[in-house]
Design a protein around this ligand. Sequence first.
Ligand SMILES: Nc1ncnc2c1ncn2[C@@H]1O[C@H](COP(=O)(O)OP(=O)(O)OP(=O)(O)O)[C@@H](O)[C@H]1O
Ligand SMILES: [Mg+2]
Length: 363
Amino acid sequence: MVEICDVSKSFGDFRAVDDASLALPKGEFLTILGPSGCGKTTLLRMIAGFSKPDAGKILINGGEVENVPPHKRSIGMVFQRLALFPHMTAAQNVAYPLKMRGFDTKTIPDRVSEYLKLVRLQGYEERRPHQLSGGQQQRVAIARALSFSPDLLLLDEPLSALDKKLREEMQLEFRRIQQELGVTTINVTHDQREALVMSDKIIVMNAGRIQQSDSPEAVYRAPSNRFVANFVGLTALFGGAIERVDDEGVVVRVGELALRARAGEALTPGASVDCAIRAEQIRILADDEENDTGRFDNTVTGKVDQRIFEGDRMVYQVTVPKLADATLFVFDHDPTHHAERGQSGALKLAWNARDMLTFPTNP
Ligand SMILES: Nc1ncnc2c1ncn2[C@@H]1O[C@H](COP(=O)(O)OP(=O)(O)OP(=O)(O)O)[C@@H](O)[C@H]1O
Ligand SMILES: [Mg+2]
């Protein structure tokens, strides 16, 4: 449905998008995830036809679109900054693209009600944007982008202005609508939860380049490099050196300790690596609990530097002297521990080799 081949775009000397390629099958939901300024909007604007690539090709429905203007591309868009017409009612906003595209005027009212119903705004037809809440306005914008049955829906951080609760509701709502209509969608966000919750596929971008293109599970569980490991999830990163490689994985020397890690890319003894471990993969052992059964491949003792109360969990930031003062993050989901745990200043931590990733330091 959408194919992007080696697309680049520069502004002066600055490469905003660098040799990006992707393919998106019909009906799928793709999210482009990356930090502010990494080139997400620039890529989306090229797909929409608002700007042209310096190099590379964009195909929609199998055809090259270089010379097809935006309004002929059958694309619905919802922007980050909401662009409802303030003087028009909700119904008029939704009807607007239908009029522009020459739909039979007799069919327009039915289509408008159908799409307002889809976004659960029956009864709000006559309200103007200022008489609607932020979330309701977003839903009008979604109805407007969908009302003419576009082949492709492009979303540029449409939910970022909403409060957390509403945003999380809208993520699920959006996903429902997208699946109900089966409309091929590209969503742009820097919110990792949004990407994980909504997408069939995620593309992680940094500094104009695609870092990884995978299912949400793969992006989370098997990040392809240090950037992705760090950007998605709460991850501790620290340097080490490969001590040996054997059938069960690798042994990494970090400070005074030798830790077992998952076998990554071909690594040779002596090679410098970045080790990555996610907060939720680390277990907290009771002070008197020994790892005598060998349940865990790695155990360390660290000092709690910070306890961050997040309501449903406590996050400990722990420095481990024997790991060359590396900082680890750990979750504690059991509120019965929150009062006393970490007060002593020391925590015994354990994790398994399969949950510790290594990346070449200078690939
Ligand atoms: N018209 C322009 N002229 C010059 N530089 C630009 C232009 N548009 C974007 N840039 C630069 O290109 C880079 C990528 O911008 P882009 O808007 O694509 O980022 P983004 O990933 O969408 O970020 P955000 O999450 O903040 O919206 C930025 O460094 C930006 O300053
Ligand atoms: Mg942007």
